[in-house]
Design a protein around this ligand. Structure first.
Ligand SMILES: [Fe+2]
Ligand SMILES: [Fe+2]
Length: 169
């Protein structure tokens, strides 16, 4: 009885369902695809001596995003779901800072979503999933720092409200 009461309380507090968690993971996967594509393109299109280091770094990010996509797809398969094949809309700015801002904004959205997903996973007792997502979020935060450093701004989204071009996500 105690366990049931706890479960009920937990459900009322979070009102998260397994379907919502799975739908969220599909969106996460679509964001990872978008990240892979953007990092591939921008790592090649960043131009000028000042941007060479971060261009190399973006190529590293592309590989890490592929690992994230595989990890999320693996979790979806575990839940008996067919992983989405559709990326979120890819941004195609042509200037150096525009590309870095597009990636940074995408990372902000990704981190925010993984935070939410971890809460949902924990609320549903999916602790293994929560652990996988914790590893992903750490790398996404490193990506935020790399991009913010290259732009000469803070990595903390709450500290840079209204700064820089926005992108679709
Ligand atoms: Fe990622
Ligand atoms: Fe990332």
């Amino acid at each position: 009885m105690a366990a049931t009461a706890t479960e009920t309380k937990r459900d009322q507090q979070t009102r998260v369902t397994r379907d919502e968690l799975i739908q969220g993971l599909q969106e996460d996967l679509a964001r990872e695809y978008k990240a892979i594509i953007q990092y591939i393109i921008y790592s090649q299109k960043l131009d000028g001596a000042k941007y060479m280091n971060i261009a190399d770094e973006l190529a590293v990010h592309a590989h890490e995003e592929l690992d994230h996509a595989l990890a999320v797809a693996n979790q979806l398969d575990y839940f008996g779901e067919y992983p989405t094949e559709k990326p979120k809309a890819v941004d195609t700015p042509k200037d150096n800072d525009g590309m870095l801002w597009a990636d940074l904004h995408a990372e902000d959205v990704t981190v925010e979503n993984y935070r939410e997903r971890i809460k949902q996973a924990e609320a549903l007792g999916e602790y293994a999933l929560a652990e996988v997502l914790q590893d992903l979020i750490k790398q996404e935060q490193d990506h935020q720092i790399d991009l913010a450093t290259a732009l000469g701004i803070t990595a903390d989204p709450s500290q840079r409200k209204g700064q820089g071009p926005k992108s679709s996500s």
